[in-house]
Design a protein. Structure first.
Length: 239
């Protein structure tokens, strides 16, 4: 590692976030250096500086880790929580000496595939909208979709002024006033899938992410993790 580098670059190397998102963490006052909250993006740090994110120490390691976790509902997908709720990091921290950070987000009440890593470049590759990585969800919704609603969801719907990109949709099951729908999107607006179904008048009662790019949740049990393979990591990086 270089001697001194910009704080946002250091945070990305440690895996806290991609470099761009790290800038926001800094300006939001969530990053400390040697006991002082730093909001200036130009700040440089070196190996002797003590950097914290949300009050927790951040450290650099060459040993990069990439895991897939099946997040249970009722667990936060952030690195920490000031209200003491369980996070995805809590679910894996006893298994690693390195501190890991979630890649992107899933709602508190959503289950399914989420990655954790200590490599901010990987986080950038997976989360930046320009990389268009497909995410597949299985949604249980109230009611049955009409043909028009299916077409609308596939073409794009208006969620609070944002028109969603074309989505792929498969009806898996329709039974007892509920439907199971598989939907593939590549954007990641807040609560996007729930809001897309709401836009056509259906409530999502259960949501699970079943794949990210070519990486599938498969039979990974809820609350369990596995390491990503070299091939999966390369595929997600786009090479
Ligand atoms: N869309 C949602 O509505 N929730 C998630 O957690 C992910 C995508």
């Amino acid at each position: 590692m270089e001697d001194k580098m910009r704080l946002q670059k250091y945070l990305a190397l440690c895996g806290v976030a991609s470099r761009r998102s790290a800038e926001k963490l800094i300006t939001d006052g969530r990053v400390g250096v040697n006991g002082t909250i730093i909001r200036e993006l130009g700040t440089k740090v070196g190996p002797c500086d003590k950097v914290t994110f949300d009050g927790k120490p951040v450290s650099y390691t060459e040993n990069k880790i990439y895991i897939a976790l099946n997040k249970p509902t009722g667990v936060l997908s952030s690195a920490s929580d000031d209200r003491g709720r369980k996070t995805v990091v809590d679910l894996v921290k006893d298994d690693f000496d390195e501190r890991l950070y979630p890649v992107g987000r899933l709602d508190y009440d959503t289950e399914g595939l989420i990655f954790l890593t200590n490599d901010g470049d990987f986080t950038y590759a997976v989360t930046h909208p320009k990389h268009n990585i497909d995410k597949t969800y299985e949604a249980v919704i109230r009611g049955i979709l009409t043909e028009e609603q299916i077409v609308a969801l596939c073409r794009g719907v208006d969620i609070d002024g944002f028109i969603t990109s074309p989505a792929k949709l498969d009806v898996i099951e329709e039974r007892e006033g509920r439907s199971v729908i598989q939907i593939v999107i590549h954007e990641g607006k807040n609560r996007q899938v729930r809001r897309m179904f709401e836009a056509v008048g259906h409530k999502v009662v259960k949501l699970k992410r079943v794949s990210i790019g070519r990486v599938k949740l498969g039979n990974l049990k809820v609350g369990r993790w596995r390491e990503l393979t070299e091939r999966e990591i390369k595929g997600l990086r786009g090479n």
